[in-house]
Write a protein that binds this ligand. Structure first.
Ligand code: ZN
Ligand code: ZN
Length: 167
């Protein structure tokens, strides 16, 4: 189980987006960690320190883990290599992903459903693929991987941008 270090706090305090804060809070709630009612008004650093202390007592991880593994796509069967520079979290050919994480990289989810891509949206940090889980309807976003050795198939990304939905 990943423990938060002082360096993590520094990094997270500086980098934590609203989305990451929401994910941390959702993960904490999902694992039975008590979240303060005024969490949205708390500074990121303070909120994380508090959640980390409570989660440590409960032995759960709340922050993304960098995990980069190759896998066989459960949707199209392609052999998907690890990303390298960026963690590979979806198929480079059909863009589907799998609902296996609560917090990115933790593999702690018990759904395992097919994450179906349905749109591409622009965020501050770049283009993101929007997903809905075919089993439980959870929504997720993964970054379009266009700057790594085996990038996402440009034609598949374009289809998605054009509203064509997943393959
Ligand atoms: Zn695939
Ligand atoms: Zn699911």
């Amino acid at each position: 189980m990943a423990r938060l270090t002082r360096a993590d706090f520094k990094r997270l305090g500086a980098e934590l987006s609203d989305e990451a804060r929401e994910a941390a809070v959702a993960a904490a709630r999902g694992r039975g960690v008590a979240v303060p009612v005024d969490w949205a008004d708390m500074p990121a650093k303070k909120l994380l320190r508090l959640l980390a202390a409570r989660s440590q007592a409960a032995q759960v991880a709340l922050t993304p883990t960098r995990r980069d593994e190759g896998f066989t796509c459960g949707h199209c069967g392609a052999e998907v290599p690890p990303g390298g520079r960026r963690p590979r979290d979806h198929c480079h050919l059909c863009l589907h992903s799998r609902h296996v994480d609560i917090v990115p990289g933790d593999r702690a989810g018990d759904c395992g459903g097919d994450l179906v891509p349905f749109a591409v949206v622009k965020e501050k940090k770049g283009w993101m693929i929007e997903y809905r889980c075919a089993s439980c309807s959870a929504s997720r976003r993964n970054r379009v991987l266009d700057d790594i050795a085996v990038p996402d198939d440009p034609a598949a990304v374009r289809r998605l941008m054009a509203g064509g939905g997943g393959m």
